[in-house]
Design a protein around this ligand. Structure first.
Ligand code: GCU
Length: 339
């Protein structure tokens, strides 16, 4: 895998050189579209992106070839976002947690216990009229989100069972490179170790950290279940992944081509969401039966209590999240009323 990363880095070097010379990446007259993501080739996001590729190439195959680079081959999230900002690559799939340091508004999703349920979460994310405004708000950062992918609910897991918030005391927990998630883990009483996704397996294995927090696919697709045997359903965050595009690239497209890329993006989300639901069920089964991971149900309210004061603190410190916060609270309320 190291070797492959080296080769990919070399290939990218050429791509970067080409784009720096101002002509994009053209091969055989076709513009090469590069997409980077952090997951394996069986992950729902990869399957969604394959649908994106197929759609674009079916409609505009004479002009574009879409190349997907999985497994952080082009670098971990932070690096790949920078490559997208500069236009060295065209798209990256990155969790909003990793976008925080580039665009303040995305901090909102790291707020613990923001959505009351996955249904509310999905309904907010699928409300494209509202979300488009959020997506466009990061134009000054040089990128724009074109669609979102479900990345489930994040929970703590580690080498020892976490049954109550007290079990987190003194533990060192990996978080994404997300200031808000660092604060959250501290509020839980643990120490936060921010690092890239690809480093987590070895860090757990070598005891550099006691655990991490993620959705169930981290156990199977990224094999963390081999080194962390306890997964607790404390449900602290629903952090979506975003398909992020270089803004100059989007702006360079004709309205017709832009439309096709948007349709391809929407299609990739549809595919991803269906695959997601299937893969979570499968992941739980594999983790429990083949990897020996124990899934633990905990008193979610006890965890919630610890970190709810963060809502006020975060709102006070970042006015870019206010609108989306109010919007989500309204959706939470509406769902309650509808029950
Ligand atoms: C999930 C998510 C990724 C994220 C990763 C992480 O896998 O889908 O976007 O990078 O968690 O914790 O780093």
């Amino acid at each position: 895998r190291k070797m492959m990363k080296k080769l990919a880095a070399l290939a990218l070097g050429t791509a970067v050189a080409a784009s720096l010379s101002g002509c994009g990446s053209l091969t055989g007259g076709k513009r090469i579209i590069r997409i980077s993501h952090a997951q394996s080739e069986t992950h729902p996001e990869h399957l969604g992106l394959l649908a994106f590729k197929e759609y674009v190439e079916e409609k505009l195959g004479d002009k574009y070839e879409v190349q997907i680079f999985p497994n952080e081959l082009l670098g971990s999230a932070q690096k790949a976002i920078e490559l997208t900002q500069t236009g060295a690559i065209d798209f990256v799939v990155a969790g909003t947690a990793n976008l925080e340091t580039f665009a303040d508004v995305y901090e909102i999703f790291s707020m613990p216990y923001l959505f009351d349920s996955e249904e509310v979460y999905k309904s907010v994310m699928q409300d494209t009229d509202y979300m488009e405004k959020v997506y466009e708000s990061t134009d000054e950062a040089g990128f724009r989100v074109v669609t979102w992918y479900n990345a489930g609910t994040r929970n703590f897991y580690g080498k020892t069972p976490i049954k109550t918030p007290e079990d987190l005391k003194g533990k060192k927990i990996r978080v994404q490179q997300s200031p808000a998630s660092v604060e959250m883990v501290k509020a839980f009483g643990a120490a936060a170790a921010p690092m890239g996704f690809g480093e987590v397996y070895t860090a757990i294995q070598q005891g550099v950290i006691d655990g991490a927090e993620n959705n169930e696919l981290a156990l199977t697709n990224s094999k963390h279940g081999e080194v962390a045997k306890y997964y607790s359903y404390n449900k602290h965050q629903m952090v979506p992944d975003m398909l992020v595009a270089n803004l100059k690239f989007l702006n360079s497209l004709s309205p017709e081509d832009y439309q096709i890329f948007k349709e391809a993006a929407a299609l990739s989300t549809e595919v991803e969401m269906v695959e997601w639901d299937k893969s979570i069920e499968e992941a739980k089964k594999i983790a429990a039966e083949e990897m020996g991971v124990e899934f633990i149900d905990v008193d979610v309210e006890a965890f919630k209590e610890k970190v709810l004061p963060l809502h006020e603190t975060m709102l006070q410190e970042n006015d870019k999240i206010r609108d989306l916060y109010d919007h989500i609270q309204a959706a939470n309320e509406q769902a309650k009323g509808g029950q």
